[in-house]
Ligand binder design. Structure first.
Ligand code: FES
Ligand code: FE2
Length: 341
């Protein structure tokens, strides 16, 4: 499994010590709070119309917005002029696709370059510290690199491919999530995505390891007859794990039907997990994204995206969420009550 310790450097270790030891048993080195990788920032739907997002992300205050051409920028929320916060809470705003600092009115485009000031030519040296971004199904990810280095590996181009950009799909194993398993003409048969976010004390290493922990599927998720399908494969930062199980679906205690489900988890680093499910008797497909993002070194924000497909008239995301652990489902219950279909 991808260990956090393998993708951090010594520079960050001092910071880890300051941020606290996440190790619970005291026997092994603490997990580094901010492993290198791609981490969820925001949904594109929340970035339009001049909206400026501000959040704590891997220990940094960041802002995100997009311009009128749809170009997204994720940047440190610090103005390079004299260090003002660029958070909307202190008056920063997006105007005609540019981020305007509330202190002296410098304007930044989505490349991070200062393109205007109210009283002088924009200084060339005024440039935001920006993060590389990628987008999948409207989910925007930012790259967190050691010493700010550029991306070392890629996310998949689309969930249908199920393998990294430039990485071959894995032959000889179940094809859920592969190009062959989801031909392009089926894409339109998937529902839109629904999102929920949970925050809790933890680390993305812990949430990601669930994809290879077959034993917990029986006791945490309540699946029956769990077995692995093929070997776990690892290709750089990409890990693929396939398994099958039976799950029971009841309604008001009247029905109790067992369904045969195959699942494939596509893991890209510690911030991106995509799990594709297929129920064999109905053709029902469900897809979950489990996106764990370190907030401040002690807590993670786990954003869960879900969609269903594979049937002529998919009804909703209920089956997909049923594949989550009971504790997570209970936390989500109040959110689901407010959903409209
Ligand atoms: S500190 Fe932002 S424009 Fe001066
Ligand atoms: Fe799990």
């Amino acid at each position: 499994m991808l260990r956090a310790e393998t993708i951090v450097d010594e520079t960050n270790r001092g910071r880890a010590a300051k941020l606290g030891d996440l190790n619970m048993n005291g026997d092994s080195p603490a997990l580094h709070p901010f492993p290198e990788g791609w981490y969820f920032v925001a949904n594109r739907a929340d970035l339009g119309n001049g909206n400026l997002i501000h959040k704590t992300w891997l220990g940094e205050e960041i802002v995100a917005w997009c311009d009128e051409q749809g170009r997204v920028c994720v940047a440190d929320a610090v103005c390079p002029h004299l260090g003002s916060s660029l958070a909307p809470e202190v008056g920063s705003r997006v105007c005609e696709g540019r981020l305007i600092c509330p202190f002296h009115g410098f304007a930044y485009d989505t490349t991070g370059r200062c393109v205007a000031t109210p009283y002088a030519l924009p200084p060339k040296s005024a440039r935001l510290n920006v993060y590389a971004t990628r987008e999948i199904e409207g989910m925007v990810f930012g790259w967190w690199g050691i010493r700010g280095r550029s991306p070392q590996w890629e996310l998949p181009e689309s969930p249908q491919l199920g393998s990294a950009r430039g990485h071959p799909s894995h032959e000889g194993s179940p094809q859920l999530g592969s190009a062959r398993g989801h031909p392009a003409h089926e894409k339109s048969r998937w529902t839109g995505l629904r999102f929920h976010t949970l925050r809790f004390r933890g680390h993305p290493q812990e949430t990601t390891e669930n994809s290879v922990d077959m034993a917990h599927l029986r006791y945490v998720h309540g699946y029956e007859s769990v077995s692995r399908e093929g070997d776990i494969t690892i290709d750089g930062a990409y890990l693929r794990s396939a398994f099958k199980f039976k799950t029971r679906v009841g309604a008001g205690g009247l029905l109790n039907t067992a369904f045969d489900v195959s699942a494939v988890a596509h893991i890209f680093g510690l911030g991106y997990s995509q799990v594709d499910f297929q129920e064999h008797s109905t053709g029902y497909r469900s897809r979950l994204w489990i996106l764990s993002t370190p907030i401040d070194g002690t807590s993670v924000a786990m954003t869960i995206g879900s969609q269903v497909g594979g049937m002529e008239r998919p009804k909703g995301v209920g089956f997909g969420l049923r594949l989550l652990p009971l504790s997570v489902r209970l936390n989500l219950r109040h959110l689901r009550c407010s959903e409209s279909h």
